[in-house]
Design a protein around this ligand. Structure first.
Ligand code: SAM
Length: 276
């Protein structure tokens, strides 16, 4: 399938974005391991990784299911993300990962054909109606006893810096409006995810995880890259004024040099849905 929708991923597929995703994965790696442990994806299982990107979790899933299992890694970006994933799969010596270049707005599988579905930070990039429809399909793909594990940001406006910046709430609003304006996507889809999976007939368990990173540590690079790489474009698109951006960056630069400064990220809603 051609990648004619590739530009619809809000943040694009540049080398910097691939690095940002890797760094983001590293910052959340421990939480992700705990999340996968809650889902209990076992050896020999057939799993789907929705919106796998360059596949930072795909390899963990491949390891969990072992040589008798299979991971179907789905992403619309066949130009950069899936080739990177294939390289990493080969380097790790796995033969149980199958990549599919597909648009999750229409991607489908036979009913009861998989044991598990994983997806993180992907439903927020689908129009909300399409994300709702996808959760219904995910529930149908699961065999009896199958499990899905979906993680998405919630309460995005809760991002915070200490010491506070009066400009950060405007930055959060601009980021949310930009994602929402992108074909009606919901940047806080984590808030509605438990209800969606419940209505799809799954037994739902939820947990919310938060993340705080300290300035002058390697983790600080994660929020720093989001702001530096993506905020200037929001000025060009009219979501933010140049004055607010400059005032925010003055605060951010000051916090970045201050070892006691802390950035509190948007919380993540981790939902495990089981089919009985
Ligand atoms: C923020 S990245 C997350 C990657 C990975 N899940 C992770 O946790 O690191 C979002 C990914 O979702 C993919 N994506 C967004 N909308 C999609 C769609 N409609 N169909 C398929 N993939 C999509 C993007 O191409 C991108 O690779």
């Amino acid at each position: 399938m051609p990648t004619d929708h590739a530009n619809h991923y809000r943040f694009g597929y540049s080398r910097d974005e691939m690095e940002r995703l890797e760094n983001q994965h590293r910052v959340w790696a421990e939480d992700n391991r705990r999340f996968l442990a809650r889902a209990c994806f076992g050896e020999g299982a057939t799993l789907v990784d929705l919106g796998c990107g360059p596949g930072y979790t795909t390899l963990d899933l491949a390891r969990a299911v072992g040589p008798q299992g299979r991971v179907i890694a789905v992403d619309r970006d066949g130009e950069r993300s899936l080739p990177l994933l294939k390289q990493r799969v080969e380097a790790a010596g796995f033969s149980n990962v199958e990549t599919r270049e597909a648009d999750l707005e229409v991607f489908d599988l036979p009913e009861g054909s998989v044991d598990g579905v994983y997806g993180r930070w992907v439903l927020m990039y689908l129009p909300e109606r399409a994300a709702e429809a996808l959760t219904g399909r995910v529930a149908r793909w699961l065999r009896p006893g199958g499990v899905c594990a979906l993680a998405e940001f919630c309460n995005y406006r809760d991002i915070h810096i200490h010491p506070p910046s009066a400009h950060l709430p405007m930055i959060a609003q601009a980021l949310m409006r930009a994602v929402a304006a992108d074909r009606g996507c919901n940047p806080e889809i984590g808030n509605v995810l438990p209800g969606l999976l419940q209505r799809a007939g799954l037994h739902v368990e939820l947990r919310v995880v938060t993340k705080a990173v300290r300035a002058t540590t390697p983790e600080w690079r994660w929020p720093d890259a989001v702001f530096r790489e993506h905020l200037p474009g929001l000025v060009d698109e009219g979501y933010l004024t140049r004055e607010v951006l400059d005032a925010f960056f003055a605060d951010w630069d000051e916090r970045s040099r201050e070892p006691d400064a802390v950035f509190f990220a948007s919380p993540v809603m981790e939902v495990v849905g089981r089919r009985s």
